[in-house]
Design a protein around this ligand. Sequence first.
Ligand SMILES: [Zn+2]
Length: 328
Amino acid sequence: MMVSNALDLLLGTSKNPLHAYLLVGKEELTKAAAVKFAKEVVCEGSEGCIHCKLIDTNSHPDVVVIEKTGSALMVEEALEIIHAASRTPRLAKKRILIVPDVHLMEKARPTLLKTLEEPPEETIFVLLANSVPPDLVTIQSRCLIFNIAEKDLEGYGAVERSLATSAQSDEVSLRSDLWKSIPSRLDNTGASIALLVDELMASVDQILSEVKKAQVMELKVIDSSPGDKRSIAAMRKQVEERQRRELRRMRNEEFRDRLSDLAHFYLDRIKEVSVVGESSNRQFRAAEASHDLIAYDSILEAQERLRRNVNEPLLLRWLLFRLGGIEG
Ligand SMILES: [Zn+2]
């Protein structure tokens, strides 16, 4: 069986990046991997993409490599990292902070840890370490970990990568289209609703599959790391918990974003009606608009309920029945 290489898995998560990564290996390798990853996250996939050009010349405002002044990161530098992390991205949608030599970090570690616990929304941390000493466990448990080896970086060209990224935005718009097709596909029968719910659930599961693959790899890295069995088992448990939280968060984000797409569909229609509204069928349109408004409210309610760990298929069924009742 072909085993995917660590860099492939890392880049695979760029479609839905997590908040923190830890790349372990020689600094020149981890740094190169981190830069490739950053590129993958911010690239627009177009020819002559400005993001890639800026990254290649090390001048992208949202891809920041923290340069340390001493041999280890000092507290002031950690504060600087946090400050940089809290700034909103200027050009790209995300801000990527690459922090080398995390294994040498001592005084600055608690500060960094605190930021990793409550990461700023638009910031992605890519921490680099030559090795993972036991006292780095707390940081490790908050990051997705990859061991980067020489062989991982072979055969990576800029072209393939940018192609992969353009496929990524297509994927998002496909998923968005699926959700926006709901209103036209509701015929108010239980069968059509069941089918739609299955499709929606499958599309959410599919986007998480890349991350799941990376997580399996991450556990393998932990299992093969040096140290006594007990501390490895403890770390594994911590990481598994974090992975579950991460998947949960990504699921929630996907539902939230796609429901927003759907809500916007209704909102656009409401706006259209209020603009068009000819006198002859104004009454009909007004009724339609009020249905759309109820649909819009139901979607917001569904978003709200999803935050409380509800059964997703059941919630979708509930929502689609409401939208269907309104449509029909
Ligand atoms: Zn690009």
